[in-house]
Write a protein that binds this ligand. Structure first.
Ligand SMILES: Cc1cc2nc3c(=O)[nH]c(=O)nc-3n(C[C@H](O)[C@H](O)[C@H](O)COP(=O)(O)O)c2cc1C
Length: 322
C-alpha cells in the first residue's frame, strides 16, 4: 500500500547540505538530515576542508554522515575518527553512487558497485568500527533487469548494512533521465532492510509517485530541496502550502545569515551566491535584480539586494510554487 505521507530524508549533496542548508530545511520539519560526502583519505590526513562538512548543530536531533572511499585501511581509520570525534553522528552512510570521474578513477563511489569484493571489505571495516547505524547509498546497475542490483543489495545486507538508499539511475546517466522505479521496487521486495527511494523529487506529487511506484515508505529529496526548503513541510503535511514573497525572502535571509555565522562574512558571501540564486530563480524576480547576485561581496550588498527584491513588482512567489 502506498503511504500518504512518506518519510522524507535529505539526500547528501556536496557543496550544499552543510549546516546552514540543513537549518533552513529543519525550520520546515526536516528530521533525517545528512552531511555531504566526506572523503576517507582527507579525514585520515586531517584535511581542514572536512571541518565544515562535519559541523553538526547542537540542536540537530538526527544526523547522518556520509563517507566516500575505497581503501580499506583509510576506511577503518576514518570510521574511527568519525566514531571518536565530537559529532556523535547517528548513522554512517557509505557512498556507492558517486559518478564523478575522479572518484570512479579511485574505484570509489559508483565504481564500488562493480567491485563488490572491495565494497564489502570496506563495509566490514566500517561495521567493525562503527557503533551506530550503517547504511549505503547506491544506484541501479541495470535499467531493464533488476537481478544485478538485487544481488548487490543482498550482499550488502548480508555484511550488516541496515538500510539502503537507491538512486534509480545508472551511474553513467549522472543526474538526468528517468528514474527506474521498478528496479528500486524489486530490491525492496528482495531485502529485509528498509529501502529509501531517491531520484527526481521536485514536488509533493513526485513524492507520492515515487513512493507508490517503488512501494517505499522512505524517500530522499536532493535537488528538489535546493532553494525550496519548505518542500519538507509540504511532504510532512501532504499539502502544498503557498509561500509568499515575504516568507521566501525571510527564509533566504535566514539561510545566508547562517552561512555568515558558519564561514565568516567574506567566504560566506561568495559561497552564498549560488544559494541566493537558487531561491530567486524561476520565481518572477526581474532579471536585472537576479543578475546582481554574482556581485554580492558583503552582508550589506545582500541586504541592499534584499530591499530591492522586497520592493520590486513581481508575481506572487506562490504562483511559482507547487
Ligand atoms: C550538487 C550535487 C551534489 C551531490 N552530492 C552527493 C553526495 O555528496 N553524496 C551522494 O551520495 N550523492 C550526492 N548527490 C546525488 C544526490 O544525493 C541524489 O542522489 C541525486 O541528485 C538524485 O536525486 P534528485 O534527482 O532528486 O536530485 C549529489 C547531487 C547533486 C546534484
Amino acid at each position: 500500500m502506498p503511504h500518504a505521507q512518506p518519510i522524507a530524508a535529505l539526500a547528501p549533496m556536496a557543496g550544499y547540505t552543510d549546516l546552514p542548508f540543513r537549518r533552513a530545511c529543519r525550520r520546515y520539519g526536516l528530521y533525517y538530515g545528512t552531511t555531504a560526502l566526506v572523503d576517507a583519505g582527507a579525514l585520515v590526513h586531517g584535511n581542514p576542508d572536512c571541518v565544515p562538512i562535519l559541523h553538526r548543530g547542537e540542536e540537530e536531533e538526527w544526523l547522518q554522515v556520509q563517507l566516500l572511499g575505497s581503501i580499506p585501511t583509510d576506511i577503518r581509520t576514518s570510521t574511527r575518527i568519525l566514531r571518536d570525534g565530537p559529532w556523535h553522528f547517528d548513522a554512517l552512510d557509505f557512498n556507492m553512487g558517486c559518478p564523478v570521474r575522479k572518484v570512479i578513477k579511485r574505484l570509489a563511489g559508483a565504481a564500488l558497485m562493480t567491485q563488490p569484493a572491495r565494497a564489502l571489505e570496506c563495509l566490514k571495516e566500517i561495521r567493525d568500527n562503527w557503533p551506530g547505524v550503517l547504511t549505503v547509498k547506491m544506484r541501479i546497475l541495470k535499467e531493464d533487469d533488476p537481478e544485478p542490483t538485487i544481488r548487490l543489495a543482498q550482499r550488502l545486507e548480508a555484511v550488516g548494512v541496515q538500510g539502503i538508499a537507491i538512486h534509480g539511475r545508472l551511474a553513467r546517466m549522472l543526474y538526468s533521465g528517468p528514474v527506474h522505479t521498478q528496479i528500486i521496487r524489486a530490491v525492496r521486495e528482495n531485502v529485509h532492510v528498509p529501502v529509501t527511494a531517491n531520484g527526481g523529487i521536485f514536488t509533493l506529487e513526485d513524492v507520492s509517485r515515487l513512493a507508490e511506484a517503488t512501494g517505499c515508505e522512505r524517500v530522499m529529496v536532493a535537488r528538489g530541496a535546493i532553494g525550496v526548503p519548505w518542500i519538507f513541510r509540504d511532504i510532512a503535511t501532504g499539502t502544498v502550502l503557498p509561500v509568499s514573497r515575504e516568507e521566501l525572502l525571510e527564509t533566504m535571509t535566514f539561510h545566508v545569515e547562517e552561512m555568515v555565522r558558519e564561514y565568516g562574512e567574506k567566504s560566506a558571501m561568495i559561497l552564498s551566491r549560488k544559494v541566493i540564486s537558487s531561491y530567486l530563480s524561476g520565481r518572477g524576480f526581474p532579471h536585472e535584480l537576479r543578475a546582481q547576485v554574482v556581485k554580492i561581496a558583503s552582508w550589506q550588498d545582500f541586504m541592499d539586494l534584499r530591499a530591492r527584491l522586497t520592493g520590486c513588482s513581481t508575481a506572487q512567489v506562490a504562483d511559482f510554487h507547487g
